[in-house]
Design a protein around this ligand. Structure first.
Ligand SMILES: [Zn+2]
Length: 183
């Protein structure tokens, strides 16, 4: 089912850390399906969603979608459903890319973030996965992870850049930093 997108930088559900998922039953499966339907629905301005986090449809749970291979000519796009995702490691090298957000229509700006990230997450069956991503893949992971921690890309625009978005302060130290407060 296509859900209504939560729009605006001041919406409390977009500004509150989302809860970790502990129940992988039918309500979660329904939420995942709704996220897919909503992300792939036609958006204003003819843009296609390439990522979506549950808070963006008003659900404060750590569930998000990331489309892989955006911008690749040969590789097919693939949507990953990530539950309770965490950044395990990230590059000290950063890059600057333009971002937009389905919750902030018509707003695009440049954000500096690590070039690659290594992420672990649970799939809808509850199995843990771990993989390293770069390019657009890494960018979308970090943008969506921000949503699960009450942050949005406009918090990290270059002129007020003080932090590296999705990353908890101790991300470089080890994998177990779930629930760490935003740096
Ligand atoms: Zn967004």
């Amino acid at each position: 089912m296509i859900r209504k997108l939560i729009i605006g930088a001041d919406q409390s559900v977009l500004r509150t850390p989302a809860a970790r998922v502990t129940d992988f039953g039918q309500p979660l499966q329904d939420l995942v399906r709704d996220l897919h339907d909503t992300m792939l629905a036609p958006q204003a301005g003819n843009v296609t969603g390439i990522g979506l986090a549950a808070p963006q449809i008003g659900i404060a749970q750590q569930v998000m979608l990331v489309t892989l291979n955006v911008g690749h000519r040969r590789k097919e796009r693939k949507i990953v459903t990530a539950i309770n995702p965490e950044i395990v490691a990230y590059s000290t090298a950063t890059c600057r890319m333009e971002e937009g957000c389905l919750s902030l229509p018509d707003l695009y700006d440049h954000v500096v973030r690590p070039t690659w990230v290594k992420v672990r997450w649970q799939n809808p069956a509850g199995h843990w996965c771990e993989r390293k991503f770069d390019g657009w893949d890494a960018r979308i992971w970090q943008h969506e992870l921000d949503h699960l921690h009450g942050r949005m890309f406009i918090d990290f625009l270059e002129d007020k850049y003080t932090d590296i978005g999705a990353l908890p302060a101790q991300a470089a130290l080890g994998p177990d930093f779930a629930g760490a407060s935003p740096a």
